[in-house]
Design a binder for this molecule. Sequence first.
Ligand code: HEC
Ligand code: HEC
Ligand code: HEC
Length: 482
Amino acid sequence: MKRLILTSSLALGAAMLAAAAAYNLAYADDSLTVAAPPKPPMGGRLLNRETAPLQPFAVPPADAALSQRIAGQGNPSADDQLLLRGAYLARAGDCVACHTSKGGAPFAGGLALASPLGAIYSTNITPDKEHGIGDWSYEDFARLMRTGVTRAGYTVYPAMPYPSYSRLSEEDMQALYAYFTKAVPPSAQANRANDIPWPLSMRWPLAIWRKLFAPTPTPYAAPAGGDQELARGAYLVEGLGHCGSCHTPRSTTLQEKSLRDDSSRLYLSGGQVVDGWSVPSLRNEHGGGIAGWSQADLVEFLRTGRNQFTASFGAMNDVVEHSMQYLTEADLNAISRYLLSLSPRNDAAPYRYDEVSATAAYEGRPQTPGAALYLDRCAACHRSNGTGYGKAFPALAGNPVLQTGDATSAIRIILQGGRQPATDSVKGGLVMAPYAQLLNDQQVAEVTSYIQTAWGNRGATVSAADVAKIRKTAKPVEDRAP
Ligand code: HEC
Ligand code: HEC
Ligand code: HEC
């Protein structure tokens, strides 16, 4: 009996860890203590979002055939309009990023999401009757999307962000269902079993997790009166956009601490490290949030991955490339207005440019080894006064990435470089080359500490030991063609 309870709670604990580890949370965040990850399976390796879905798809988008067919008609039928709406919603939900493996057919699944217990593979959600969801009724589909319970009756890992998707309106759910069962080309790719060893692979603890932490589905209905744009923004952010799955902090049992703004200011206040990058606050606050951005700045960032304050990197590149760039101006405005309406949680003072470091640099007397390294290695692009070059090379002065106690992203981008997302409006993503081979841990620490504190920035300084830790998982950015 005792042993049974022990195994059960072990399995439950393990499942909880695996649950949100979809985004490598447990892997990357030292504050979560987990057992060492099992060795990758023979001949394979644990992929993560960075090595796989960031690749631009070599295949045409799943809705190319649909768009082509409809383009030939003057007035799309009601059925076709439903399919087009579903295609749009699938983009807003970024289904493709997780449900497509590198070089694989769109939505055929097979992408490995690393977890401390082993890889969790996304599934085939094309209309193939044997391997996909071709046999699923609308009720089966809606149940999975709202509660995480599959047609076969088991609960999926919340790597699939069903706690967010449970917000979907009935209408949108129907459009998505129509799209996935009628417009997406079927693929006969078999699903891959997860690499999680028994007994940790048992699914029943996931049902307990769901009962404890997943919200009671409350399908959205647009309010009759009031501010429609704001309501639409909240709906897209909390629901399909599942922004909180990365941008909201999680509990030790790995559920998001808040799924909506009405319940807590922790909502979107900055999440755990994802793929080795820290995830900033999306609240209207100084010290790492988006205070000071206009609605237009935010729209520009979501559509192109850059604006006058920052350039996107890490998992956010995926969100921009596969999802946000396709949204309408109206929806991007709604999202941005909603985010700017979120009251601050931390009370940092507004950023103010400070000339001291720029003057010292200009006069050729850098005050620290970090300042000298910066002039030598970085100023060509980011400028000695930290203001960058327009939207090509981001400004570092006042950059929200450099205003917090967490320098993870700054250290990582210096070690492995970065590449701006390629979008329809901005084709070639500019690259910052990696410095891992050029600078040792002490040098990286010095230059990081410099940019975190120069020009009035209020980020934390770092040590060589901090750099050494991040270096272990740093992979040089791929100079992939757009
Ligand atoms: C962050 C990654 C992620 C995103 C985004 C995502 N999914 Fe999933 N989804 C998964 C994973 C992983 C599984 C399998 C989980 C498991 O086996 O426990 C899954 C499972 C499913 C299933 C169950 C399939 C089956 O055969 O049981 C369906 C249906 C599904 N997703 C649809 C969608 C749709 C529609 C969207 C977009 C609106 C979407 N998913 C977005 C990761 C994701
Ligand atoms: C898969 C994880 C993930 C999801 C989902 C996600 N983000 Fe992000 N986001 C990140 C990471 C990592 C960063 C930090 C890198 C950067 O600044 O580009 C970031 C940065 C941002 C920034 C820049 C903020 C700043 O202060 O520099 C904005 C704005 C943003 N995200 C908006 C959104 C919105 C809106 C959504 C939902 C539609 C969303 N994100 C969903 C991971 C994610
Ligand atoms: C060849 C031009 C170039 C050089 C040299 C360069 N960078 Fe960058 N830097 C970029 C580009 C382009 C980006 C945007 C990359 C992305 O979005 O992934 C960037 C991004 C950054 C960021 C993240 C800011 C943001 O909002 O995306 C930091 C921090 C940074 N660089 C620091 C440095 C430091 C420190 C050095 C010197 C050790 C350096 N850079 C050298 C071009 C450069």
